[in-house]
Ligand binder design. Sequence first.
Ligand SMILES: C[S@@+](CC[C@H](N)C(=O)[O-])C[C@H]1O[C@@H](n2cnc3c(N)ncnc32)[C@H](O)[C@@H]1O
Length: 294
Amino acid sequence: MINMYHIPVMSYEISQFLINKPYGIYVDCTFGGGGHSFYLLNKFKNIKIIAFDWDEDAYNNFFFEKKNDKKRIIFIRDNFKNIEKSLAALKINKVNGIFADVGVSSKQFNDLSRGFSFNSNTLDMRMDQRVKINAMDVVNSYSSKDLANIFYQYGEEYKSRQIANAIVIYRKKRKISTAIQLRSIICSVKKYDTKKINPSTKVFQALRIFINDELNNLEILLSTIPRLLNTKARVVIMTFHSLEDRIVKNNFKQNFTNGIYKLLTKKVVTATQKEKINNPKSRSAKIRAVENNV
Ligand SMILES: C[S@@+](CC[C@H](N)C(=O)[O-])C[C@H]1O[C@@H](n2cnc3c(N)ncnc32)[C@H](O)[C@@H]1O
């Protein structure tokens, strides 16, 4: 069940960095299919996990999961940026470790009804179904300038203006309601080069980040975390693209300079060659870890 949902990346490395006290409460900010949570619960019998995921599908998956270790998890269906408030509601002020594996799960990506993949017949891209605006609303109503800014800022797409213009011209004739339509508009501007990444990758990434406010959520989470850590508690964050990694790197560096964190990873940690071969998605994963000094 879990493997079909999402193959967890670098579980061993995450456990090595995260668990220095094999007891107490840990937080999984991004439960997904629960691969990391159940790996840790199975390995460390005296820990408990508070798990966050804002996706209804992840919640339903957890709900139907049949595992003994489930008794040691509390699932909170909320944005991890609200971690402090949610933990306080459970009367938890401090924890022994916090980790996050940010981005979308394979389940979200592969489910064509969610609109994350280029082959989707929809254009939604919301990880949390309660979010008001979706990708279809954005591509059909935002100005060419705003679309170009999104593609450039969150996708580092160098043809952002041309693609935004092509979208505006297309939608005058027909509403854009599928990822397939959007992909063909992008491909009319950017030619397919087999040596490079798919021409649509950057625009799709940008829209997804924008719709889900991913960078802002990560910034808020990172700025909240220091208030929630016991002495020597650990923080481990895994990211999959440079915009997120930069945010984590800068936050850890700043808290190191302020004397709050000790850096456990001087450089990013990546998956082993074996894992990269077995699970190609792990190729772009990067881990950074710190320990609370105070
Ligand atoms: C890469 S998957 C995590 C996979 C998980 N580690 C596993 O082993 O199955 C990321 C998950 O985080 C969730 N997520 C992303 N941003 C979130 C946020 N701001 N708040 C709560 N959940 C979030 C997504 O819905 C998704 O299910």
